[in-house]
Design a protein around this ligand. Structure first.
Ligand code: BDR
Ligand code: CA
Length: 310
């Protein structure tokens, strides 16, 4: 059983990632934390509660996390995920409320109670994880591993020429988290732009019965429209779902173990990831696993099986 804590900015692909995890018999979703990014953190929590409700899992706790980045103004990306973060499909869920603690506090509490047990799947800016590290410096030894959707090495950025959105939304937090010395896998645009959900996959979701598939298809409409205007290939990338799938099926990707720094000062390059490949360089940052190759068909099949219960 893989015990997972999700931390995300509950836009469309965060929601799909969580629905996938909830469909796996070998996953126990322990808790959810939310962060600014695709929506304000409290709206993201309402979205997460809606996702859990759709999946019939009102028992899973959701904690609201950081409302803003550590060292730059708040910037919500409403364009990609719609004003509500769910492509116009956000609905309040009567009777469901977030926990009375922050996402960072919730993460630290669970990690202390279940040392070495949980995998953290982070699908938004890394502010909550950074705050949790500040609250509990022993955190890297208390979680099993961390899988982060974020960054890019070879692909162009999707928020600036060099920066991927989750890193760009809080580069200082990303620097803390990538340098914390825990087993961490970075699932960035180099692989997520290749785990493309094709039209035929979308048709499978549209044709599948049940509230999960119906909800997934309803939120995908906005996402597909966004990508239709930008990419020749119909469909959309599976950013956050790729991190979720790789948290349970790491064999579907190949990784490179490298020292990664986050550019914090560049005028054009803030939020860019820098890998020092010099053979004899002294690396003062821990090595992390960066996903470089992906079995696209295997990943999409696994994602659809979890999402649709096939
Ligand atoms: C990431 O940015 C957000 O818009 C998505 O939810 C995903 O986490 C992709 O760059
Ligand atoms: Ca996200």
């Amino acid at each position: 059983m893989v015990r997972i804590i999700c931390d995300g900015d509950y836009g469309i692909d965060d929601a799909l990632a969580t629905l996938f995890l909830l469909g796996r018999a070998d996953v126990e979703l322990v808790a959810v934390g939310t962060v600014h990014g695709n929506a304000p953190s409290d709206a993201a929590a309402a979205n997460a509660l809606q996702v859990l409700d759709v999946a019939g899992r009102r028992d899973i706790p959701v904690a609201v996390g950081a409302q803003r980045p550590l060292a730059q103004p708040l910037d919500i990306s409403a364009l990609v995920h719609g004003e509500d973060g769910l492509g116009g499909q956000a609905r309040p869920v009567p009777g469901l409320h977030p926990e009375p603690v922050s996402a960072a506090e919730q993460l630290v509490r669970i990690a202390r109670e279940q040392p070495g047990e949980c995998t953290v799947v982070a699908t938004g800016p890394l502010t909550n994880l950074a705050l949790a590290l500040l609250l509990e410096p022993r955190l890297p030894g208390l979680v099993r591993n961390v899988v982060v959707m974020g960054g890019t090495m070879r692909e162009p950025g999707n928020f600036s020429p060099f920066a991927e959105a989750n890193i760009w939304h809080d580069p200082e937090a990303a620097a803390l988290v990538l340098g914390a010395g825990w087993p961490l896998t970075l699932v960035g645009l180099d692989v997520t732009m290749r785990t493309w959900l094709d039209e035929s996959d979308v048709h499978r979701i549209a044709a599948a019965p049940g509230p999960k598939a119906e909800f997934a298809h309803s939120i995908l409409r906005h996402y597909l429209k966004f990508y239709r205007g930008r990419h020749a290939r119909p469909g959309c990338p599976l950013h956050d779902p790729s991190a979720a799938v790789l948290a349970v099926r790491p064999d579907l990707a190949s990784c490179e173990e490298v020292p990664v720094r986050v550019e914090l000062r560049g005028e054009q390059t803030r939020g860019m990831l820098v890998v020092d490949r010099r053979e004899f360089a002294e690396h003062n940052v821990p090595l992390i696993d960066v996903a470089t190759e992906i079995d696209r068909d295997g990943l999409v099949a696994e994602f659809l099986a979890g999402l649709l219960g096939a």
